[in-house]
Design a binder for this molecule. Sequence first.
Ligand code: IMP
Ligand code: MG
Length: 179
Amino acid sequence: MGYKITPYITEEELRARTKELAAQISEDYKGKEVLMVSILKGAVVFLTDLMRAVSDEVSVQIDFMVVSSYGAGTESSGKIKIAKDLSVDIAGKDVLIVEDILDSGKTLSKIVEILRGRGVNSLKIVSLLDKPARHTHEVPVEYTGFVIPDKFVVGYGLDYGEKHRNLPYVGVVEFTEES
Ligand code: IMP
Ligand code: MG
């Protein structure tokens, strides 16, 4: 089965919305330190744009986690494994999880459970995209970029079989009969 990618959220729209989210985060964390935890690999493009749009009145630190999610297909396995853990102790810290997309919520709910168990001072989530139609696990997301329909999307960090992460926009994958 082949597929084609149809642009869905433009670079300009991504930039504008990221600025709005960053302004809100700058306000909420003014004068504080925040540790932005990004879940590799999909959220890395969003993280780098988001952090640069946050005011310098916030002391921003970053760290990364790798957890297993979709593998090569489009369905979540439901099992989460930490392949790479954080490199810092997060006890007492204000942590902001930076995610690319909230789909079923399985991955994020598990990560929230793990990080809460480490005695953080606060834990919030910013997700660039949200697919409410797919939620099976409720996750409190404070900052959402775009609510999207139940479509598989790629670009701006998101992949399909590890491809298309480099697209500067978000596109919808449409599967076609021919290969
Ligand atoms: P969840 O555990 O079902 O919420 O899956 C979350 C992860 O699945 C995300 O962090 C993405 O890596 C991946 N994912 C979910 N939906 C999409 C999509 O539409 N395109 C690309 N990756 C996706
Ligand atoms: Mg992925």
